[in-house]
Design a protein around this ligand. Structure first.
Ligand code: ADP
Length: 237
């Protein structure tokens, strides 16, 4: 059944991508003025089409990813990774995004020296960090702070992605890792999202034999902490 479902989603995603590429392409051409000059309203409408085509693209990619992961079709390629280095790169990308958005935020890595490497899949570890840092950035109003703390714990490295944002009410904690679950805060409603990020992240952490959990009281401004562990070594089977 899982295989059938995953084949179905893969086919649908592929079929959706082709028309979407054409929509995006033509909108961009029109925005460049290739079909004649545009007035302000026409520009605005085309920007709306472009943004929504972009959202659809993210949705289709996430859907494809979650269905492939859940059908056991994604295998990891392990290599020694420095989590501090990876976190720093994700933070740098997010700082660039903050500059583009004109959103004043403090975003930083807090890690001691000499944290051992872990066995991880480079692309997927980047996806885990990228998703959590992007959520922390999205769900923290301007002027806030995002900190990625990294420290060794027993046989693993623990990463805490901490923010000073809107927080998550206790009654939503279990639901938040389920597919399509999104909060109801105005900042969540104003942010483009699919509710697929956290289920993907949870699956990927568990495929690395790690754990993920969250700490938040849901009080606005007190923020949230998403923590996960990745073991130094993957079990040999
Ligand atoms: P998306 O961000 O696309 O909505 P996610 O699965 O990544 O999907 O997150 C699900 C929901 O969890 C979000 O819609 C939001 O309500 C909540 N959430 C996730 N991260 C945070 C955070 N750092 N602070 C507050 N709420 C969060």
């Amino acid at each position: 059944m899982d295989r059938l479902k995953s084949d179905f989603v893969a086919n649908v995603s592929h079929e959706l991508r082709t028309p979407m590429t054409s929509i995006k392409g033509y909108v961009e051409v029109m925005l460049m003025g290739a079909s004649g000059p545009l007035n302000e309203q026409q520009m605005h409408f085309l920007e709306v089409v472009k943004n929504n085509a972009q959202r659809l693209n993210v949705l289709v990619n996430d859907l494809l990813d979650v269905s492939r992961i859940e059908a056991g079709r994604v295998s990891l390629i392990f290599q020694p990774l420095d989590l501090v280095e990876q976190a720093q790169e994700v933070v740098n990308d997010t700082l660039r995004r903050a500059r583009e958005d004109n959103k004043l935020m403090t975003i930083r890595v807090d890690a001691g020296a000499g944290i051992p490497q872990i066995d991880g899949d480079l692309e997927r570890v980047r996806q885990i960090l990228g998703n959590l840092v992007s959520n922390a950035y999205n769900y923290t109003p301007e002027g806030g702070c995002v900190t990625v703390r990294i420290h060794p714990v027993d046989d693993s490295v623990q990463v805490d992605v901490e923010d000073t944002g809107i927080g998550i009410p206790l009654e939503e904690h279990d639901r938040i890792f389920e597919r399509f679950s999104r909060g109801e805060d105005p900042l969540v409603l104003a942010t483009a999202g699919t509710g697929l990020g956290l289920p993907i992240v949870k699956n990927l952490v568990e495929m690395h034999h790690g754990r993920i959990w969250l700490t938040s009281t849901g009080e606005r401004g007190k923020g949230s902490v998403f923590s996960f562990t990745l073991p130094y070594h993957q079990p040999v089977d």
